[in-house]
Design a protein around this ligand. Structure first.
Ligand SMILES: [Zn+2]
Ligand SMILES: [Zn+2]
Length: 185
């Protein structure tokens, strides 16, 4: 049985974005025989996950809840996607978060929209950024750490870093990922 990556929208996320991400991830992970599926129902935000005074979501809390709710085999993965600001433990804004070798990851697409280099919203660039961050966080769930090569696993501090890194894995990460998925199957 193939490993499946489930895409779980959290609150409202534009359907066209989910469909596009599914297509892009399917293409990228085809070499690893991974299947990508969209979960039709949205995960609804729970009261304490939104910090009203600070106007952002608690990424850690959402990630932990996803992890607890996701009652699937360990080899499957779940990628939560939220169109709002999230912060992590250190109270900084995040594009995404995940735990190493866990089954869930979370990305926030809200800040991936901002400051397009040509001044107006560039849908293709927005989708590319989403793909890079989704791939990066999923990479962590398969045990990949940050990488200093020209690689999607490079750490991104800001949008410029996201735009600079490629959407693909370097050879080292590619082999590690292949091995990690193979051991699971
Ligand atoms: Zn990372
Ligand atoms: Zn790498």
């Amino acid at each position: 049985m193939k490993t499946v990556v489930f895409i779980q929208k959290i609150g409202e996320v534009d359907t066209s974005i989910l469909i596009r991400l599914k297509k892009n991830l399917s293409w990228l992970f085809k070499k690893f025989a991974l299947k990508v599926e969209i979960i039709p129902n949205a995960y609804s935000i729970q009261g304490d996950e939104y910090l009203e005074a600070e106007r952002h979501y608690d990424g850690e809390l959402i990630l932990n809840r996803l992890e607890n709710n996701f009652k699937s085999t360990i080899k499957n993965k779940l990628l939560g996607i939220i169109d709002a600001d999230i912060k992590g433990i250190r109270k900084i804004h995040l594009f995404g978060l995940s735990n190493l070798r866990s089954s869930c990851a979370l990305i926030s697409i809200d800040r991936l929209r901002g400051s397009f280099c040509n001044g107006y919203e560039d849908q293709a660039l927005f989708e590319l950024r989403i793909l890079k961050e989704a791939t990066h966080e999923l990479g962590h769930t398969f045990g990949l750490d940050h990488c200093t090569n020209e690689c999607v696993m490079k750490y991104s501090n800001n949008l410029e870093d996201v735009d600079k890194k490629p959407k693909d894995f370097c050879q080292v990460c590619f082999q590690a990922l292949k091995k990690s998925i193979k051991t699971r199957n």
